[in-house]
Design a protein around this ligand. Structure first.
Ligand code: F6P
Length: 402
């Protein structure tokens, strides 16, 4: 009798940890007596032409820490069923029938679909048409509902945080303003986390409307405290104050976002006449080895996805509700994007550190709490203090010499 089979594919934009999921699925399904089939180039490999490879512990060894995906992926083409949560495209019924035939002919008991919002929306359509699927949530943007974390996010944040560490030293040396543009199409999780972790001073995200005036106010406020450089982190999906995203429309695919960092830098320079530079982190955030956190999460997701297949829990997606890996219906994850809560604890903590979100002037106190302002020292006081300190130092020196 031929072996039972599990299928797996990786779909959408890649991210660190995809190979760790593949390895988790292959190892776990092997232990349970399944053969594993990996479809190539996301959903494309499922039909016309069908393209797959047999995955074994042998040909997946050593991939745990490798970025990218050995199966390939795409976020465009026939199976790109989304153009935003509110505007889903229905797949061609002929395609779905073709996929059904492939699954039946290859004797696939269950198909593990690893993807973000758009890819899981495709998996949901498959499920509604009776194709046995389970989902694994992936995206560096961390914007999927029903899970605390998608794998890939931690690695992207680490990359952005390291970039800020590097920008920090050069910004300080040259007394410049540095603008770092990071990914985050609909949600500002990367900008927020890297901004906090990397000592950003201004964080601009899609969830909070901001103005150039407030950004400049923050920069001047820092200068008045003697801090002659500023780090600004901006998510690619942050809207401009006058409205609108920055990027290029693309036919048959989601718009290519990018360029807001340059606009923010130019406007700061125009208004304040301070040297301002931009760095765009782009796909560096998506490449390279996964962090340990992402390896562990992705591996657990892979193992639990196999459990869902074995238990026949079609239409469910593995998810992380710390400290446990659980599962939820895929539809719960794709119905609504998980965005940063502007009133949530992360934003509040950032504000309490003095980080500006460009939405209110820098002299407003955190949590809206009124703080009695301490008596401000006058220039005369400072001079007196300096004289006093000098007297003390001279007295100490005389004593030491006597
Ligand atoms: O969804 C993940 C993401 O990295 C977004 O932040 C970004 O806008 C998009 O993918 C870029 O995709 P690509 O350049 O691969 O088309």
């Amino acid at each position: 009798m031929s072996k039972k089979r599990i299928g797996i594919l990786t779909s959408g934009g890649d991210c660190p940890g995809l190979n760790a999921v593949i390895r988790g699925v292959v190892k776990t399904s092997g232990q349970l007596g399944y053969e594993c089939v990996g479809f190539l180039k996301g959903y494309e490999g499922l039909y016309d032409p069908v393209r797959y490879i047999t995955l074994t512990p042998k040909n997946t060894t050593g991939i745990l820490n490798q970025g990218g995906t050995i199966l390939g992926s795409t976020n465009k083409g026939r199976f790109a069923a989304t153009s935003g949560v509110s505007d889903r495209v229905q797949l061609d019924p002929e395609l779905i029938e073709g996929v059904k035939t492939t699954i039946n002919q290859l004797g696939i008991e269950g198909l593990v679909c690893v993807g973000g919002d758009g890819s899981l929306a495709v998996a949901q359509q498959f499920h509604e048409h009776g194709i046995p699927v389970v989902g694994v949530p992936k995206t560096i943007d961390n914007d999927l509902s029903a899970t605390a974390f998608t794998f890939g996010f931690d690695s992207a944040v680490e990359c952005a945080t390291h970039a800020l560490d590097r920008l920090h030293t050069t910004a300080a040396s040259h007394e410049r303003i540095m603008v770092l543009e990071v990914m985050g199409r609909h949600a500002g999780w990367i900008a927020l986390s890297a901004g906090i972790g990397g000592g950003g001073d201004v964080i601009l995200i899609p969830e909070i409307s901001w103005t150039f005036e407030n950004v400049c106010h923050k920069i001047l406020d820092r200068e008045s405290q003697g801090k002659r450089f500023t780090l600004v982190v901006v998510a690619e999906g942050a809207e401009l104050p006058e409205g609108g995203l920055v990027g290029q429309d693309q036919q048959g695919a989601q718009a290519k976002l990018g360029g807001i960092g340059q606009i923010v830098a130019a406007e700061i320079e125009r208004r304040l006449h301070r040297e301002t530079r931009t760095s765009v982190l782009g796909h560096l955030q998506r490449g390279g080895a996964p962090t340990t956190f992402d390896r562990v999460l992705a591996t657990q997701y892979g193992a639990h996805a196999v459990r869902l297949v074995v238990e026949g829990r079609w239409g469910e997606m593995v998810c992380y509700h710390p400290p446990e890996i659980q599962s939820v219906p895929i539809v719960e994850a794709v119905n609504k994007l998980r965005q940063v809560d502007p009133h949530g604890s992360a934003v509040q903590a950032a504000r309490s550190l003095g980080i500006s979100f460009g939405d209110r002037s820098a002299d407003e106190s955190p949590f809206g709490v009124r703080i009695e302002s301490p008596e401000v020292a006058t220039a005369d006081d400072v001079e007196l203090d300096a004289e006093f300190t000098l007297d003390l130092a001279e007295a100490a020196a005389e004593e030491a010499l006597s």
